[in-house]
Design a protein around this ligand. Sequence first.
Ligand SMILES: O=P(O)(O)OC[C@H]1O[C@H](O[C@H]2O[C@H](CO)[C@@H](O)[C@H](O)[C@H]2O)[C@H](O)[C@@H](O)[C@@H]1O
Length: 251
Amino acid sequence: MQPPSAFAALEEPPFSLLRDASLFLDFDGTLVDLAERPDGVEVDDALHALLPRLAERLDGRVAIVSGRSVAQIDDFLGGSLGQIAVVGSHGAEIRRAGGAIVRPERPPVLETAEAAFTERLGDRPGVVIEVKSLGVAIHYRMAPEVEPEAKALVEAFARHDGLEVQHGKMMAELRMAGHDKGTAIAALLEDAPFLGHAPIFVGDDLTDEPGFVLCARHGGAGILIGSPRDTAARFRLEDVWRLRRWLEAAA
Ligand SMILES: O=P(O)(O)OC[C@H]1O[C@H](O[C@H]2O[C@H](CO)[C@@H](O)[C@H](O)[C@H]2O)[C@H](O)[C@@H](O)[C@@H]1O
């Protein structure tokens, strides 16, 4: 008889996991439900209230760790971030509490890529080209038939030095190489307030896997949001709303 799933069954995280921990939270698909378009995400009042409460409960040891740019995270969460650190662009940008954004120069080839992506797919119904501080993404959630073409286009540009492909949920992104969510969490763990506190990272997407690996190596754990899959996370919650209830109970 076939097993119900080829993947290991991951348990729900115990509330005790957050005790004395450093908490790293992905954004899309983790704190907020996915939307059809990148700009369609809705942030509710309960989330605006939850983040500062978590930061207070954990003595500032909370960070948002996103594939979006820090500027995009500010647009969505601005008022409720306070002193919460933000990692953006899949680990390439870091803003520590009260600090400025630290990030590499934007490679000029991203302009060329944006122009090429727009010329080839910009008029295609349902396709969204998202331009970010350190990347350009082609979204095909509303035009799934475009997936092979989008991936091939991004892969062609990723042959340039210093760039790589980031596969995501119904998108392919050309982004800077040399960083990931694991390297960014490791950088934050070198300093107060995170130093010496086991890292817990919550995420849903492929870009979150290096963060799960890093947390396990540092005595912490990853929490996968979504259906079972091959993952380095140790725990799992089914969806954004189960996570939100779990965080509310823990805060
Ligand atoms: O690391 P994250 O904070 O989870 O960001 C990953 C990507 O999220 C966004 O794309 C995803 O969410 C969109 C809005 O719900 C959805 O339309 C899209 O299909 C998803 O892939 C964001 O637009 C990307 O820039 C992030 O890299």
